[in-house]
Ligand binder design. Structure first.
Ligand code: PAZ
Length: 348
């Protein structure tokens, strides 16, 4: 039988990831976050496999934020939002053949990114590789094969039926990237996601209230710590699999209290049981001191969401009278208004 537990792991320990869990004012709010949470988080980062392209990501973030403050005359008045999108994977082996995944398509994150850009925000799009991308939502599933055709002279051309969608996807996407308004950073595993999220937070800290975190990614609740993970493919000949997953430390507390204490923070709560959804969203709002929690149910998430604040619950619906309308359009409008009130100091 193949058992993945801490006792099987020590020989495969990769050592420190050269990653500091609390590079900024870590103790400033220590009374608000339990020491044990800090310890769990520190241990998560210390034992996570180092990000391969860490310095490249840091450089891109630095340049993106710097370009942003230059374009506003150094006043830093531009609003920057980090949109997280898609689901994180949990590898079961270091030389990963199998992993635990979740349903998230990244549609929410991609659509929201488009609306934030339209509202004048710069967007850092932290997305799961292979999920929906901003401006590409209306393309068919296999765009290369379905949108293009090859003429007798072997010229590649866009099929008439898809030409508008292709023009929009390429044009609007390129404009946002070239103008320095959209930075896309991919992740696959929970280890990559949380390490990149921290790098983003570090880079956005000085934006203070103009920074926003819109955390729509479906983040794994359980994982196999890297130091407990077997190196090679788990063998089925060994019989049934007995595996212990531990809880992913709750990063929302440190994000809110230590990494970016001034940023406007929005988390999402997904449930399949509508009876517990709002209660859980309210709990998350209080526990992690979020400014807003967006509550949604799996089967209706494209139709309606509920924005939960400390004083109200606002249902936001997709406009059913419009064929291509989505719920993200009114949702982002509302969130932008709430963020404005926060910046002006008239709310929260
Ligand atoms: O990615 P998608 O458009 O298929 O779904 C969006 C969502 C349901 C993942 C998002 O709205 C959400 O609720 N994210 C947080 C999930 C959670 O509770 O962990």
């Amino acid at each position: 039988m193949c058992v993945v537990s801490s006792s099987s792991s020590s020989t495969h320990h990769l050592g420190s990831s050269n990653f500091q869990a609390f590079p900024m004012d870590a103790t400033s709010n220590s009374e608000t976050t339990h020491d044990s949470v800090y310890e769990e988080i520190e241990s998560f980062f210390d034992s996570a496999p180092p990000l391969k392209d860490r310095s490249d990501i840091s450089r891109k973030l630095k340049e993106f934020i710097a370009r942003d403050s230059h374009s506003t005359g150094g006043g830093g008045a531009t609003r920057v939002v980090c949109v997280t999108s898609g689901g994180t994977t949990v590898p079961l082996e270091k030389r990963c053949v199998r992993y635990i995944d979740n349903f998230s398509s990244g549609h929410r994150g991609a659509a929201s990114t488009e609306y934030f850009l339209k509202a004048g925000y710069s967007v850092i799009f932290l997305y799961r590789r292979g999920t929906f991308q901003p401006f590409c939502r209306s393309l068919p599933e296999d765009p290369l094969l379905e949108c293009f055709e090859v003429s007798k002279e072997l010229n590649v051309q866009v099929c008439q039926s898809h030409s508008e969608a292709v023009k929009r996807a390429i044009g609007e996407h390129r404009a946002a990237v070239d103008e320095g308004l959209l930075l896309k950073l991919p992740f696959t595993t929970i280890f990559e996601y949380l390490q990149i999220l921290q790098l983003i937070a570090m880079s956005m800290k000085n934006l203070e209230k103009h920074a926003m975190f819109y955390l729509a990614a479906a983040v794994s609740d359980f994982y196999v710590p890297w130091k407990s993970m077997v190196e090679h493919k788990i063998q089925s000949a060994s019989g049934p699999l007995d595996m212990r997953l531990v809880q992913v430390p709750k990063m929302l507390s440190v994000l809110r209290n230590d990494w970016v204490p001034m940023a406007f923070c929005i988390s999402f709560k997904l449930e399949t049981d509508s009876n517990i959804l709002l209660e859980k969203a309210e709990k998350a709002l209080k526990k992690y001191k979020m400014h807003l929690v967006v509550a949604n149910e799996l089967s209706t998430r494209k139709e309606v969401v509920v924005v939960v604040t400390s004083s109200e619950k606002i249902s936001v619906h997709r406009d059913k009278n419009e064929a291509d309308a989505d719920v993200e359009s009114p949702l982002i409008k509302l969130i932008v208004e709430k963020h404005s009130s926060y910046i002006e100091g008239s709310d929260y």
